[in-house]
Design a protein around this ligand. Structure first.
Ligand code: HEM
Length: 402
């Protein structure tokens, strides 16, 4: 989402002038045409660089730097994830908790995401996917973001958490504001409203337990005591933030890719039913459409290659700078047969995505059902796509025709 330029932060004295770049991740040039290409075009030339935009922050620009900062939780804490910093009443659990406390919180949520748990959800995932496709199919066109991309993962999330379908659009708007709006006040207001919604749901499940993930969260314990309300809220809130915008953004990029690269659609069709080949296809899409640029706050002064990153400063680690490293062979080309599909689209280390199996399953089911049920799908030439480069890439508008 492009915004009017805000005031720039003054350069701190310890930042060498040659490391200062004009990098505004909310307004990356070309971001609405091809988000990943826009990230690459804006990549600073030095391994770390500093930008005065969005409160002033560091950017890791090489695969080595991105990887290192993801893994080093002692110097790079996830307790603050927003740039500009926004401060919160409560932490999103487990994403904003550093080790050693992180371990027990993470172990608590993992039973929601084991292969067995996901297998139980697979029928729901496929059922909803088919339902949404069949709804748009007779129309001959759709605006994919609204008609499909958000409805699918949000529908899965609502079923998993036991939330009423009628709240879907309301929640979607809140999530979008929180994720995409560069104004910290708008973000904070959206977060507060989500907090209230979650609180009401939690109170309801404590009084009226059901067979759903929200009820399970209300029964979790930490170091032998029951979760506080803030812990319950922080856990639900994270699952909501983590699973919606991400999958929705990825589905938009997949639908865009298929509409603009029909030969890739033909290739995937030829592999339907071959589970191993489908895993490779999903893996290559995850690499190419590197989605998330997470951030960390520096916990103590840190020397990286002679550059001092000061305690309290923020650093962004764009996954595109790892996945689309120019040392790889033609990194922007989707090549399902490439040998090295290694990526950090799900992060790396302590906080690596807990929902990765579910996310892969949603992507796979989408590809299978979309390519089986839809006739050839094209972009609508009258309404060009508006893609989105942000901390979570995706699309704002994607009109498709068939
Ligand atoms: C394509 C879709 C997805 C992508 C690209 C993605 C990406 C990520 C990334 C990069 C992180 C690490 C963030 C960091 O280190 O700051 C993360 C963490 C997490 N994700 Fe995902 N995610 C996706 C889908 C999901 C889904 C569907 C869920 C579950 C509903 C989920 C749940 C989580 C959780 C719980 C964490 C925090 C793990 C921890 O802190 O230990 N994600 N995800």
């Amino acid at each position: 989402m492009a915004t009017a330029p805000a005031a720039l932060a003054p350069k701190p004295d310890h930042v060498p002038a040659e490391l200062v770049v004009d990098f505004d991740y909310y307004n990356l040039p070309g971001g609405s045409d091809d988000p990943q290409a826009a990230w690459l075009a804006a990549r600073p030339k030095t391994p770390v660089a500093w930008t005065p935009h969005n409160g002033g922050h560091w950017i890791a620009s090489t695969p080595e730097a991105v990887f290192r900062f993801y893994r080093d939780w002692e110097h790079f804490s996830a307790s603050e994830l927003s740039i500009p910093k926004m401060g919160q009443e409560y932490l999103m659990i487990p994403n904003q908790v550093d080790p050693p406390l992180h371990g027990e919180y993470r172990r608590n949520i993992m039973p929601l995401f084991t292969p067995d748990a996901i297998e139980k959800m697979t029928r729901d995932v496929r059922e909803l996917c088919v339902e949404l496709i069949e709804e748009v199919l007779p129309r001959g066109e759709c605006e994919f973001v609204m008609d499909f991309a958000f409805r699918f993962p949000l529908g899965i999330f609502m079923r998993m958490m036991g939330l009423p379908e009628s709240d879907r659009m309301y929640l979607r708007k809140l999530v979008e504001k929180f994720a995409d709006d560069p104004d910290p006040q708008v973000k904070a207001a959206a977060a507060a409203e989500m907090g209230e919604y979650i609180d009401r749901t939690i109170e309801d499940r404590i009084a009226n337990p059901r067979d759903d993930a929200t009820t399970r969260i209300t029964r979790m314990t930490f170091e032998g005591r029951p979760y506080t309300r803030a812990e319950m809220r922080g856990t639900v809130r994270l699952l909501m933030a983590a699973g919606l915008d991400t999958v929705a953004g990825m589905l938009c990029l997949l639908a865009w890719h298929l509409a603009t690269n029909p030969a890739d659609g033909d290739y995937i069709r030829s592999k339907l039913g071959d589970d191993l080949a489908m895993q490779e296809i999903v893996q290559e899409f995850l690499r190419r459409y590197s989605l998330v640029s997470s951030s960390r706050v520096i916990t103590q002064d840190y020397n990286y290659d002679g550059v001092t990153l000061k305690q309290g400063e923020m650093i962004m680690m764009p996954s595109a700078f790892f996945n689309l490293d120019e040392k790889r062979d033609n990194p922007q080309k989707v090549d399902f047969t490439r040998a090295n599909k290694r990526h950090i689209t799900f992060g790396s280390g302590t906080h690596a995505c807990a929902g990765a199996i579910l996310a892969r399953e949603e992507m796979k089911v989408f590809l299978e059902e979309w390519l089986t049920r839809m006739p050839p799908v094209n972009l609508d030439p009258a309404r060009p796509p508006i893609l989105k480069a942000a901390s979570i890439n995706g699309a704002t508008e994607l009109w498709l025709k068939w």
